[in-house]
Design a binder for this molecule. Structure first.
Ligand code: 5GP
Ligand code: ZN
Length: 105
């Protein structure tokens, strides 16, 4: 998707640092953090939201990516959030999982 900000980030257009990445997803810091640690786990494929995801295996891989990321960074306690739909606060329509830890607003 050419006009998707997360696709551009995945594509390396903004030289965003990936704190973790694997075959399925990249992980980077949220630009407007709502906790001491606020990361986004973003699948490499463009899927608008959880409602548009049919790939059960990918969902599993994304959750495992959360675990791999927090393990790598030594984060033991954290909250995961997926906003689905505008009314629920979804702003970027490329599926992502928030990881929030410490001083959560
Ligand atoms: P949503 O509200 O869709 O669940 O979450 C989107 C998140 O993406 C927000 O927390 C917002 O701060 C973050 N975000 C939006 N644009 C960018 C960007 O260009 N770079 C980064 N790193 N985060 C972004
Ligand atoms: Zn996208």
């Amino acid at each position: 998707m050419t006009d998707c900000i997360f696709c551009k980030i995945i594509n390396g257009d903004f030289n965003t640092e990936f704190v973790y990445e694997n075959e399925y997803a990249v992980v980077f810091k949220d630009i407007n953090p709502k906790a001491d640690v606020h990361l986004l786990v973003v699948p490499r494929v463009h899927v608008e939201s959880l409602n548009d995801l049919d790939d059960e295996a990918l969902l599993g891989k994304l959750m495992m990516t959360v675990k791999e990321t927090t393990k790598k960074l030594g984060i033991k306690s954290y909250r995961t959030v997926i906003n689905t739909g505008k009314e629920a606060g979804q702003e970027v329509f490329h599926l992502h999982i928030h990881i929030l830890s410490g001083g959560i607003v």
